[in-house]
Structures are given as structure tokens and as C-alpha cells.
Design a protein around this ligand. Structure first.
Ligand SMILES: [Mg+2]
Length: 364
């Protein structure tokens, strides 16, 4: 029988594909929800509020327990865009996936009460995701994502800013679940829709590549050098590579205070968020411990929790996520649904030609 708290030290443990897809997206949402109450709280104040071990469990944020934030909202729209791009590619034969994902992000922008004023056409508010009323809430959305999307003139066009905020890497996990070549480049192009700095873009490319290798059945220690090799092929990779290597060095020296003491940064910028999440996953070979480690610091706790949750949920499967978190997670059903649909397009299990599919995921 599978243990609930699966770890890589259990040689019998290998999550099945459904468990991995569910684990990656629900794990990210759980990490997001765990970090949400302390996103803007210093580590000293976290200790004061939650005790010497920091925050260990869901606490109220945005008026409820288990509230997801902009990180999960945007991750869902990334996934929606990828499925809609797949439908378009299949039925029309021609498709630029980043442009379709861009359209999905503009639907997210509308849920935040804003519009792309410079776009010469209206964005269709169709498909099932945007009709989920709980998404129509502002959960401290990132300024760069908002302003870049507001300024959109053309779908698929890169943002004109120089930002490397973590809004690239915290939303990119669904790209890593596509089993195809070019995941690094696709994630980079999707990141560049909102962020112009190479480190913001490459952190997203790296995470997607890492998740792709894990999804193919590799362990974290096997996947890491492969994703790093892809990173090193890119121009301007030095800053992101250094952040990854800081995480690896801290984990191999067993420096358990690396995150809480801020040694890997605060996670507001992409390479630091990646570094904190990666350290947490390397240090704690257990979903619960890894996301707890990832959120207990003075910085962007929901984003670092979300990324650590994406990595560890994919590694260990949905069964590794404590049920007390899943049962109180906002949008659990919808997140599970989109994970299933993403898996279906990868495995060819989605009935592309059915009217129901088109209604849920119109191909544009
Ligand atoms: Mg957030």
C-alpha cells in the first residue's frame, strides 16, 4: 500500500501519471495557500505569530482558510492557454502557443478588474475557467504582470520592461508538464510576455525544463543537471545559474537556516524564488516539510511555497500532500480538473472534435 507521506527514500514509491499532474498543480496551490498569510510578514514576526518553528499549517488569509493567490490564478490561466493552444493547433493546423496563453492572461487581467486598453480587439471571455466566480478576486497580484498585460498591444508580443520579478516562474509549471521538445523555449517566451529581464525569463525556462525531466520519471538529482545544461546554453544565464548553485550548495552542506535567514534572498525576484524553492525541495524529501521550509522567511512566501509545491507535488504525487490541506484548499476541484485536462492533451485523451471540448477550451 502506498504511504501517505511518500518520500524518495521509499524505493517502492512511484506516483502514477495522474497523481503527478494532480500533485504538481494542487501542490503548487497548497504551497501558495500556506504562504499567503505571511507573504508580507518578516521572519521575526512569523516566529512571534506562529511559534519557534514558524508557520506550519494553513492560517486565515483573504478572509478564509486555504485561500489561493495570484500565483495559482495565473498558473491556471497558463494551463488554460496551453490546452486552448492544443485545440487550436489540432483543428486549425497553425498556432503560436504563447499568443494563446497571452489571451488567457488577458482573461485573468479582466478577473482583476482591469483591461488591456491598447489592444485593438476585445478578448473573448469564454471557456469554462473564467466563469469560475472565485477567480474574480484580487489576491495581491504582481505589479509587473498587471502593467505588462494592461499595456498589451498585440498577442504574443514581449513586454517592454526590464523586470525580473518572480511572476514569471510562479505561473509556469503547466509548461513543464508538456512532454515535448522545446519546453525551455516555450516557457521563456511565455515569461517574456510580462517580464523583460533575462533572469526572469530564464528562471521560468529552467523550472519548466526541470519539471519536464521529473515528469519523465527522473529524480530531482537526475533532473537538475539536465535542466542546468539547458540553462547554460542560453545567453545571460550567469545570474540564474548562480542562484541555483547557491541552493545546491546550501542543501548539500545541510544549512537548514538558509531560507529562514535569507541567505538565498527573499524571493521577490525570479532567480531567488527559484533558489528558495529548489533548496526546500533538495533539503526536505517530503512534500509537507519542503513547503513549510519554502514559506518561512521574510520574503515572497506564497510564490516560493507555490514553486516548491509544484516541484515536490510532481516528484511525490498528490498522495504526498496532506489531506488536511487539500480538503480546505480553495478551488481544489477546478485545479484538479485543469490538471486532468492538461494530462489529457499530453496523452491524446481529450476529444478535440467534441463540442463540449470547444465550449470548455475554444481554440483561440
Ligand atoms: Mg501571490
Amino acid at each position: 500500500m502506498r504511504s501517505v507521506q511518500a518520500t524518495t527514500s521509499d524505493p517502492e514509491w512511484l506516483p502514477d501519471t495522474k497523481s503527478r499532474y494532480q500533485g504538481c498543480l494542487l501542490g503548487g496551490a497548497v504551497g501558495d495557500a500556506l504562504g499567503a498569510p505571511v507573504e508580507f510578514t518578516s521572519f521575526a514576526n512569523i516566529i512571534e505569530q506562529f511559534g519557534a518553528n514558524g508557520i506550519q499549517d494553513f492560517a486565515p488569509a483573504y478572509g478564509r482558510i486555504g485561500a489561493i493567490t495570484d500565483d495559482t490564478q495565473m498558473t491556471l490561466f497558463t494551463a488554460e492557454g496551453l490546452v486552448r493552444a492544443h485545440v487550436r493547433g489540432h483543428l486549425k493546423g497553425i498556432c503560436d502557443p504563447p499568443s494563446v496563453v497571452h489571451g488567457a492572461y488577458l482573461r485573468w487581467l479582466r478577473t482583476q478588474g482591469e483591461k488591456p486598453a491598447k489592444l485593438d480587439h476585445e478578448i473573448e471571455m469564454d471557456g469554462w475557467l473564467v466563469s469560475v466566480s472565485t477567480l474574480w478576486n484580487r489576491r495581491c497580484p504582481g505589479n509587473t504582470c498587471l502593467s505588462a498585460l494592461r499595456d498589451t498591444r498585440q498577442l504574443g508580443q514581449n513586454a517592454g520592461n526590464k523586470s525580473k520579478g518572480c511572476g514569471t516562474v510562479m505561473r509556469i509549471a503547466p509548461v513543464g508538464l508538456l512532454r515535448q521538445d522545446g519546453v525551455f523555449e516555450l516557457a521563456s517566451r511565455i515569461a517574456a510576455l510580462t517580464h523583460g529581464h533575462p533572469s526572469g525569463i530564464l528562471a521560468a525556462g529552467f523550472l519548466a525544463e526541470l519539471l519536464k525531466e521529473i515528469n519523465l520519471g527522473r529524480s530531482l538529482s537526475e533532473a537538475l543537471p539536465m535542466a542546468k545544461a539547458s540553462l547554460i546554453e542560453q545567453d545571460n544565464h550567469v545570474e540564474v545559474l548562480a542562484a541555483i548553485e547557491r541552493a545546491e550548495a546550501a542543501a548539500s552542506s545541510g544549512d537548514s537556516s538558509a531560507v529562514s535567514a535569507g541567505k538565498l534572498g527573499e524571493g521577490w525576484i525570479a532567480e531567488e524564488a527559484l533558489s528558495i524553492a529548489l533548496f526546500s525541495a533538495l533539503q526536505e524529501r517530503n512534500f509537507e516539510h519542503a513547503v513549510v521550509t519554502a514559506v518561512n522567511h521574510s520574503g515572497d512566501s506564497d510564490s516560493t511555497g507555490a514553486i516548491a509545491g509544484n516541484i515536490c507535488g510532481l516528484l511525490y504525487g498528490v498522495e504526498s500532500i496532506p489531506e488536511r490541506w487539500l480538503s480546505r484548499l480553495e478551488m481544489r476541484e477546478e485545479i484538479g480538473q485543469i490538471a486532468d485536462d492538461l494530462q489529457a492533451i499530453v496523452e491524446g485523451g481529450l476529444d478535440i472534435e467534441s463540442e463540449d471540448t470547444w465550449r470548455k477550451y475554444p481554440g483561440y
